[in-house]
Design a protein around this ligand. Structure first.
Ligand SMILES: N[C@@H](CCC(=O)N[C@@H](CS)C(=O)NCC(=O)O)C(=O)O
Length: 202
């Protein structure tokens, strides 16, 4: 039984939950009250010194960084369709996982955090910066998805799960990219029961 410390409005948490659901792995989800600052209390900092969700507990292993968690679970359970072992196929998945973390994630944070969660502390300059980055990144994702069914190849991989959680997050503020290829792919991803199970329940 895995334990995931997460939050329903955290895209990083939801990608872990999506994978656990998709693979049919047993888990307990512990909600960390980000709104009350629980992630900055000593008990949680002992699990994740970055004061962030998600954190995965697997016996003696305490693991942070959502994409590292995805890779760990895929490796441990030999989910080789989602995370191929063949070097070239794996490199393509890794490329898009890193692209998502290094390039998309900061833009999503700038836009969605400031428009939806920051309240009086919203930073208009950060929103503008994030929107500019998204205008640069959207054509890159669109080009990939206009050439193939999924982000890293013909089949769904960890890269799709990771990127799709950010696209959903952008939809919270009406900022999700709407090109035909991205829309076609995102509809496929969001129709997955495992993806739905991870969404915030209203
Ligand atoms: N690189 C981290 C990012 C995790 C992250 O940004 N989590 C956010 C919620 S989506 C969080 O916990 N923020 C609270 C904070 O940074 O204090 C990962 O992929 O797990």
């Amino acid at each position: 039984m895995y334990t995931v410390y997460g939050h329903p409005f955290s895209q990083h948490s939801r990608r872990v939950v999506t994978l656990l659901e998709l693979a049919g792995l047993p888990y307990e989800l512990v909600r960390v009250a980000l709104d009350k600052g629980e992630h900055r209390e000593p008990a949680y900092l002992a699990l994740n010194p970055n004061h962030q969700v998600p954190t995965l507990i697997d016996g003696d292993l305490t693991l942070h960084e959502s994409n590292a968690i995805l890779r760990y679970l895929a490796n441990k359970h030999a989910l080789t369709d989602l995370y191929p072992t063949e070097p070239v196929a794996r490199a393509r998945v890794d490329q898009w996982l890193d692209w998502n973390q290094c390039r998309v994630a900061p833009a999503v944070l700038d836009v969605v955090y400031n428009k939806m969660f920051a309240g009086p502390h919203a930073d208009a300059a950060a929103i503008a910066r994030g929107e500019k980055r998204l205008r640069e990144l959207t054509p890159i994702l669109d080009a990939a998805l206009s050439r193939r069914d999924h982000v890293a190849g013909p089949r769904m991989t960890l890269a799709d799960i990771s990127v799709a959680t950010n696209i959903f997050q952008l939809g919270l503020t009406g900022d999700a990219p709407r090109t035909a290829s991205i829309t076609r792919w995102f509809e496929t991803m969001s129709a997955l029961p495992a993806f739905q199970a991870a969404l915030p329940q209203t």
